[in-house]
Design a protein around this ligand. Structure first.
Ligand code: AMP
Length: 477
């Protein structure tokens, strides 16, 4: 592996920008992918977010884009992202690493006006970053010609699959010149994704930076047995947060978006610095919360899977799974929020007796056991834990070792009313095979039932203000 960026074949403009960003050593996916991309080869990169995969395609693309220039309505490169947030992150990367270039970037995502982006496209865009539906809309309106695309990036392909975007991806691939270069990234490679790569990539180089379906080695994973009562789970969570070693900030995942709000309110009442991120929030609140968390104004972020997926939040020290995810792959994505780019991280998963089958699926997927954080010395691993009867519900301090005297640990008078009705269903994930075609946006049809996170979602970006950098057209001036 290349020790620094100088041996990878990147241009001086790019290596200077990388140095200015403070990165001295390429990550594994960067060291592996960059030379192949520069040689114009197709690649399949199996890498989770947090591995530095964005720069693994942005840096060589910038180098390749230095020769040639954009023509009106004919973007030279196309990057497809499943969500607006991810598209915005990639755009931020182009701004950061492209600061020594004079390249033009257009964004076709919800929340960014068509008019502004059409002006950029009309002038000629070097880089087009889009969600699949928006891209096709603009193509059908005759605003974009795809015959000049030299490089196509399909990012987070497994997420595209979850969101029902594969038919759109297939269509877009069919509209592009066959002799393009395709860079394909996915955290996991389910069969539908393998099929897609066979159809649309030419002799791809396959790169894998972590074992398939593996969790980062730098994450210290633990399991904590709890009862299924929400108020007991909240008490255990508070206990864990207070007792956590070197917790600087944490994301706490819930399966249901209504539980996100409930838990955040509860933690707030107990004196924690906490924000919530879920699909029912408008874009402005989501942006504000995310910014506050990124800038350490908030220590804890309670989130649902869809709201948090793929967001680049560097240096999260802890991830808590307030609920065991019902889809095993979400476990990998959730805990992947910590232990990023080689940093150490801790994940703590609260498991109730009814979670046994979900936990089994997770253990099967990650192919290792999750040690139990012993609260009472019974079991020592997840395998044993799921076989147990109802675990006790109270944290250790309330039992053998004496009561935690801190006043904010006492249950507040209003807390029992927060408990959700017992028959509420979890936010089930969409069935992959049966997904109907999504609407022309990065969101699936809101009434489709494929992703209930979106069922009553205000589309992120549809009404509220758009961050300033999204509205700028030039990567660098
Ligand atoms: P990504 O996997 O692309 O979401 O990147 C994860 C994080 O790693 C981002 O915050 C990047 O800014 C950061 N990063 C990317 N490349 C490097 C590098 N070579 N060294 C250190 N951090 C990096």
């Amino acid at each position: 592996m290349s020790e620094d960026f100088s041996g990878l074949g990147l241009s001086a403009k790019v290596t200077d920008a990388v140095a200015a960003a403070g990165y001295t050593k390429p990550t594994e996916i960067q060291a592996q992918a960059i030379p192949h991309v520069l040689q114009k080869q197709d690649i399949i990169g199996i890498a989770q977010t947090g591995t530095g995969k964005t720069a693994s395609f942005v840096l060589p693309m910038l180098t390749l884009l230095e020769s040639g220039r954009a023509r009106a309505r004919m973007p030279r490169t196309l990057i497809l992202e499943p969500t607006r947030e991810l598209a915005a992150q990639v755009a931020e990367n182009f701004e950061k690493y492209g600061k020594n270039h004079r390249l033009t970037m257009a964004l076709l995502i919800g929340g960014v006006s068509f008019d502004d982006q059409n002006k950029v496209l009309d002038r000629g865009a070097d880089v087009l970053i889009a969600t699949p539906g928006r891209m096709l809309d603009q193509f059908e309106r005759g605003r974009i010609l795809l015959s000049g695309v030299d490089i196509l990036v399909i990012d987070e392909a497994d997420r595209m699959l979850d969101m029902g975007f594969i038919p759109d991806i297939e269509r877009i691939c069919g509209l592009l010149p066959p002799r393009r270069q395709t860079l394909f990234f996915s955290a996991t490679m389910p069969p539908e994704i393998e099929r897609l790569t066979k159809r649309f990539l030419r002799d791809p180089v396959r790169l894998e930076v972590a074992r398939k379906n593996s969790t980062a080695e730098t994450i210290d994973q633990k399991l904590v047995k709890v009862s299924s009562k929400p108020e007991d789970k909240r008490a255990v969570l508070r206990q864990l947060i207070r007792g956590a070693d070197s917790l600087t900030n944490a994301i706490i995942f819930c399966n249901r978006k209504r539980d996100v709000a409930t838990l955040a309110r509860s933690l707030q009442r107990h004196g924690f610095s906490v924000g919530a991120l879920h699909g029912d929030m408008d874009q402005k609140s989501r942006m504000e919360t995310l910014d506050a968390f990124k800038t350490n104004k908030l220590t804890l972020l309670v989130a649902s899977d869809v709201a948090a997926r793929g967001l680049d939040i560097p240096a999260v020290s802890h991830v808590f799974n307030f609920d065991v995810p019902t889809h095993a792959e979400d476990y990998i994505h959730r805990i992947g929020r910590t232990g990023r780019a080689g940093r150490a991280g801790t994940s703590l998963t609260l498991a109730a007796p009814a979670d046994g089958k979900y936990l089994d699926a997770i253990l099967k997927l990650i192919q290792k056991d999750i040690p139990l954080l012993k609260v009472d010395g019974e079991a020592s691993s997840a395998t044993e834990a799921v076989a147990d009867d109802e675990p006790r519900s109270e944290p250790r301090s309330r039992r053998g070792r004496g009561r935690d005297k801190r006043s904010d640990d006492a249950k507040p008078a209003r807390e029992p009313t927060e408990a959700r009705p017992p028959r509420e269903k979890p936010e089930a994930k969409p069935q992959r095979e049966k997904s109907p075609r999504p609407q022309r946006d990065e969101r699936p049809a809101s009434k489709s039932g494929r992703d209930p996170e979106y069922a009553s979602d205000t589309p992120f970006g549809s009404d509220g203000p758009v961050p300033a950098f999204l509205l700028r057209s030039s990567v660098a001036r």
